[in-house]
Write a protein that binds this ligand. Structure first.
Ligand code: SF4
Length: 448
């Protein structure tokens, strides 16, 4: 999971500040590294580094004031070494004398074999990231027009990518035919914005109009305005339902579904058929808050912030090393003892992956005198890895793999565990064309 941004200004002014504001609003999508490239279409200036968006932009040297095209990225690694400067994005090169810049969100399942093939043919890579493979495939002859080029790329790598790419004086946004990862475009009076989520509009103001880049579509901007074309049949769209469950910011909208409303609805559905009697509902902050609200309201039980989040530690799921995950849970969550002692509580979270975080939460609550802990999950059990850009580990590391909820409860030390069903996810979203591969082990046909 990463955040990507592209800006094309029609008034010829500099894009750097707009890139910063949009990317800052996408910081939740990756915190390892960030970077940006600004360009007048002929020359480029790029800077990337490890660190947060604000840190990286602060460290960046001055850029020319007339760079009307910009591309930016904030990184969370799923392929290629993490915490490695060379794998930060955007990736930029010159090709045929023109700037060629890419920012990618997703994961290219077949990239290792294609990379080996390209290397055998004499191609040179600067990074170990799968994104660079995409750049090579785009740049290879025959050139053709943009839809033809992307049709050729997708013939080799069907998924998963949402990409912002600059080639010379053209800025384009491309989404794979399944639409796994989000990508939106917004038109403002003086510029066009491409971004991972609608949250990117927050610091830019309301656009004149916006829409999602469609699966299998390329949208490009140049001196003649905005153009679009379908380069592949969309097939059966399979946007990642985890964008709604966890990744996207609550104020974003994904596949015509407001994320916050979806999460509240999952909580309401989770309350259906509830048999446990609890005194309090406690969200796991921040990702479980909206679902906990819906759950508590539906049950008529008080919602209390019995776990307070420290704002000085990052999101645990998003940090790469298991050792970091173990140590940061206790740093991150602070139980409010006065609320908890002697109570039976329902703890609501968005998902259980390895069970490490959930087990640590249960143990914390018990340390503070909670009598019963009923763990409620606003998603189905995760039973399989993800091949499309989300860091879900191997089957063996997944606590719900071949374990029923009673065994999962034992594994994390809770009294009971209940999950949402896949059908309830569909009900919450009001549609059913999603990828749910990590819940079912069945991935969209033709995607791998
Ligand atoms: S497998 Fe899961 S996390 Fe990966 S794209 Fe599909 S729904 Fe999203």
């Amino acid at each position: 999971m990463c955040g990507i941004v592209g800006v094309y200004r029609f008034d010829g002014k500099d894009t750097r500040d707009l890139l910063f504001r949009a990317l800052y609003s996408l910081q939740h999508r990756g915190q390892e590294a960030a970077g940006f490239v600004v360009s007048d279409g002929k020359r480029l200036v790029g800077f990337k580094d490890l660190g947060s968006v604000a840190q990286v932009f602060e460290r960046a040297p001055a850029t020319p004031g007339d760079a009307r095209i910009g591309v930016a990225h904030t990184r969370y690694s799923t392929a290629g070494a993490s915490r490695a400067w060379h794998n930060a994005q955007p990736i930029w090169v010159y090709h045929n004398g023109r700037p060629l810049v890419i920012a990618h969100n997703g994961h290219l399942a077949r990239s290792a074999q294609i990379r080996q093939q390209l290397e055998r043919e004499g191609e040179i890579f600067f990074t170990t990231s799968d994104t660079e493979v995409l750049l090579h495939l785009f740049a290879r002859p025959p050139e053709g027009d943009l839809p033809q080029r992307w049709a050729r790329v997708v013939g080799e790598i069907p998924a998963a990518f949402s990409v912002v790419l600059q080639y010379g004086e053209t800025l384009m946004a491309v989404r794979d035919p399944f639409g796994f990862r989000p990508l939106v475009m917004a038109e403002y009076p003086d510029f066009v914005l491409f971004a991972s989520e609608t949250a990117a509009f927050h610091l830019l103001g309301k656009p004149v109009q916006w829409r999602e880049v469609e699966p299998g579509e390329v949208v490009w901007v140049d001196g003649n305005g905005v153009h679009r074309a379908r380069y592949a049949e969309p097939g059966k769209p399979a946007p990642c339902v985890f964008e709604l469950i966890y990744f996207s910011r609550p104020d974003s909208e994904f596949v015509h579904t407001p994320v916050y409303r979806f999460r509240v609805r999952t909580g309401e559905l989770l309350a259906e058929g509830e048999t446990a009697h609890v005194d309090l509902v406690i969200p796991v902050p921040d990702s479980g808050v909206a679902a906990a609200l819906g759950y508590a309201r539906a049950l008529g039980v008080p919602l209390e912030f019995g776990l307070v989040r420290s704002h000085y530690v990052g999101r645990t799921f998003i940090r790469p090393a298991q050792t970091e995950r173990l140590s940061s849970v206790r740093l991150k969550l602070i139980p409010v003892g006065s609320l908890l002692k002697g109570k039976s509580v329902a703890v609501v979270d968005d998902s259980i992956v390895r069970g490490t975080t959930s087990g640590r939460i249960v143990s914390l609550l018990r340390d503070f005198g909670v009598r019963e802990v009923h763990f409620r999950v606003a998603a189905p059990p995760i039973q399989a890895p993800c091949h499309f850009g989300i860091d879900i580990p191997t089957h063996e590391e997944l606590i719900a793999y071949r374990r029923d909820p009673r065994e999962v409860a034992r594994g994390i030390g809770a009294d009971t565990v209940r999950y949402l069903s896949v059908e309830d996810l569909y009900r919450a979203a009001g549609q059913n064309h999603f990828c749910v591969g990590c819940f079912t082990g069945v991935y969209p046909e033709g995607s791998l």
